[in-house]
Design a protein around this ligand. Sequence first.
Ligand code: PRP
Length: 195
Amino acid sequence: MEEEVLTVATDRALPQMEVVLSAEQIRRRVYELAHEINRDFMDETPVVIGMLKGSFIFVADLCRAVAIPHHIDFMAVAAYGAGTAAMGAPRLLKDLTVNITGRSVLIVEDIVDTGATLSHIRRLLLARQPRRLASVALLDKRAHGDPELPIEYVGFKIDGGFVVGYGLDLAERYRHLPYIGRLNPTQTEENDTRV
Ligand code: PRP
């Protein structure tokens, strides 16, 4: 009975959307990424930096899948407002609480779209002279790689469209979904005018 009530409540809040990556596909890929990270950072204790807010679920799953010792910190940068269009240079909303000079650092991003946010963060962190700086992105939306923006670990390459879930939002909605779904243009346009 309780389960039924919960299902009804969830369905009411959610529009129809195409599931691009199921919770199971994500879970498996997170473990594969963790395996690569274990191998590459075997003798190190990296600072794992989750980029808020979008990466909060990914970083929580990834750090539990990784076996090597590591420290966790967070930064917050805003690339988008409430809508779906990029709006100028990323703004730093929250900085690290640890010193990364001489440390190995792994940036954790949920999605790289234009690459502006990750480029900005990399520049900012490189200026603090870490011993090593690498990045992991669950989703890479770019059509082509960019030698100026290395991403050492990529979960999935995805095509266009606006994706939500597993931390990713549209105007703060849908972050809680355990899967990644694609909204259609009508759904995202409605949001642009409703906020
Ligand atoms: C999203 C996402 C990345 C960035 C990617 O963050 O989490 O940080 O955009 O876009 P880019 O490659 O075009 O720069 P957003 O600003 O939406 O904030 P959020 O993480 O709080 O959702």
